[in-house]
Design a protein around this ligand. Structure first.
Ligand SMILES: *Cc1c(COP(=O)(O)O)cnc(C)c1O
Length: 386
C-alpha cells in the first residue's frame, strides 16, 4: 500500500497503481473466474475470483489507502457492502441508525435483518445525551451518515464514536456523501467506513458498486470471510471503472463543491425558497461541526419552495438538470426524496424527521455554473402559481 501526504496524489498513485508484470500504468481488467494451479495446493496467489481478483484487489487497496484503513473490500453495490458489514452482528443484537439514514439502509434493517432478529432504533446522533440514553445493553453497533440526507444533518462523528466506544459499540460511518477527499471517518474514530461507490467515487453514473474499509486486522479477517461466504463481490470491469473514476475525484469534487456553494447561497436569498439545507452555509445546523471534521460542505443541497410554487411543474420544467435517483455524477440531478430515495421510510416517520413532500434534493454537477443556475431559475419561474 502507498499513501502520500496529500489525498490528491494518493487518488492517483495509492493502492496498487502499476501492473507488476508489464508496467502498465493501469491495472488490467482480469476478466477471469478461476486461475490455473501449478499442483495440488500450489496457487499463484489466486484461486477463484469470488475469493480474490487482481483488479478488485487494486480497487480494495486504493480505497483502504484513501480512508487510512487496514483493508478495503469491494461489493456489487453500496447495499451489498452494508449487508456484509451488518453480517458481523448476531441474532438479538440491535443497531442504532441516525434519523436521516439512507432509505435503503432503513429498509435493509427493517425488512431483511429483522428476519434474523437483528433490530434497530432510530437514534438522535446530533444530541449526545439523548444518543447515549438510547444505548441499551443489546445495542452493538451504530450507523452514522454525516451529512445525512435529505436534510443534510451533521453528526459530530468523533464525539459519537467516543460515546459509542464507551459502550462497546461498533461505529460504522456511511461516507458516501463526503468521500475520503472531504472527510476521513476512521481518523475521527470510526471502526468501519462504507460507501455507495456508485456515487462520487465512480463519479460518472455508469457503475453500481459498494466499498467497505476497516480499521483493524481482526475486522479485516471477519469481513474477508463474510465477503467470500456471502459472495456479493464487485466484478473486474466495474472495479476498473471505479479505479478510473477515483483518479479524478479531487478535481471533480472541487468543481462540484464550488458550484454547490454558489447555488446554496443563491437559494438562501431566493424569494421562492422557504428552506435550504446545506452544511456549507453558515446558517446551517451543523456548519461548525462539519467544518471541524470535513474539508467543506460537499455538493448535495436540499431545499423547499414556498407553497405558491408547484413542485411538479418545477421538476417537469427543468431541462439541463435531470430528475433521477442517485447522486454524485458529473451531471446535475434533482430528486424528490419523499417519493423517491426515502419512499421506503414510512410516511409517519418521514414526517417526524422532516422529509416533507415539498422537499427537493439537488446533486450539483460539474457543468458550467451559469447554465445550472439558469435552468433552476427558469424552472422556479415557471412553477410559480399565478
Ligand atoms: C446510494 C446510497 C446507498 C446505497 O448504495 P447502492 O450503491 O445504491 O446500493 C447507501 N448509502 C447512501 C448514503 C447512498 O446515497
Amino acid at each position: 500500500m502507498s499513501s502520500y501526504k496529500n489525498t490528491e496524489t494518493t487518488l492517483i498513485h495509492g493502492g496498487i497503481s502499476i501492473d507488476e508484470r508489464t508496467g502498465a500504468v493501469n491495472i488490467p481488467i482480469y476478466q477471469t473466474s478461476t486461475y490455473k494451479q501449478d499442483g495440488l495446493g500450489k496457487m499463484r496467489g489466486y484461486e477463484y475470483s469470488r475469493t480474490g481478483n487482481p483488479t478488485r484487489e487494486a480497487l480494495e487497496a486504493i480505497i483502504a489507502d484513501l480512508e487510512g484503513g487496514v483493508a478495503g473490500f469491494a461489493f456489487g453495490s453500496g447495499m451489498a457492502a452494508l449487508t456484509a458489514v451488518l453480517s458481523l452482528l448476531h441474532s438479538g443484537d440491535r443497531v442504532l441508525i441516525s434519523s436521516n439514514v439512507y432509505g435503503g439502509t432503513f429498509r435493509l434493517l427493517s425488512k431483511v435483518f429483522d428476519h434474523f432478529n437483528i433490530t434497530y432504533t432510530i437514534a438522535d446522533t446530533t444530541d449526545l445525551a439523548v444518543y447515549e440514553s438510547q444505548i441499551s445493553s443489546d445495542v452493538k453497533a451504530v450507523i452514522i451518515e454525516s451529512p445525512a440526507n435529505p436534510l443534510m444533518t451533521v453528526t459530530d462523528i468523533k464525539a459519537v464514536a467516543e460515546v459509542s466506544h464507551r459502550h462497546g459499540l461498533l461505529v460504522i460511518v456511511d461516507n458516501t456523501f463526503m468521500t475520503p477527499y472531504l472527510q476521513k471517518p476512521l481518523e475521527l474514530g470510526a471502526d468501519i467506513v462504507v460507501h455507495s461507490a456508485t456515487k462520487y467515487l465512480g463519479g460518472h453514473s455508469d457503475v453500481v458498486s459498494g466499498l467497505a474499509v476497516v480499521n483493524s486486522k481482526e475486522l479485516a479477517e471477519r469481513i474477508a470471510f463474510i465477503q467470500n461466504s456471502t459472495g456479493g463481490v464487485l466484478g473486474p470491469f466495474d472495479s476498473f471503472l471505479l479505479i478510473r473514476g477515483i483518479k479524478t475525484l479531487a478535481v471533480r469534487m472541487d468543481r462540484h463543491v464550488e458550484n454547490a456553494e454558489k447555488i446554496a447561497k443563491l437559494l438562501e436569498d431566493h424569494k421562492a425558497v422557504k428552506n435550504v439545507y446545506y452544511p456549507g452555509l453558515k446558517s446551517s445546523q451543523g456548519y461548525e461541526i462539519n467544518r471541524r471534521q470535513a474539508k467543506n460542505g460537499g455538493a448535495m443541497i436540499s431545499f423547499e419552495l414556498h407553497e405558491n410554487y408547484d413542485i411538479n411543474t418545477f421538476f417537469e420544467s427543468l431541462e439541463l438538470v435531470s430528475l433521477a435517483e442517485s447522486l454524485g455524477g458529473v451531471e446535475s440531478l434533482v430528486c424528490h426524496p419523499s417519493s423517491m430515495t426515502h419512499a421506503s421510510i414510512p410516511a409517519d416517520i418521514r414526517k417526524k424527521v422532516g422529509i416533507t413532500d415539498g422537499l427537493i434534493r439537488l446533486s450539483v454537477g460539474i457543468e458550467n455554473i451559469e447554465d445550472i443556475i439558469a435552468d433552476i431559475e427558469q424552472a422556479i419561474a415557471k412553477s410559480e402559481r399565478k
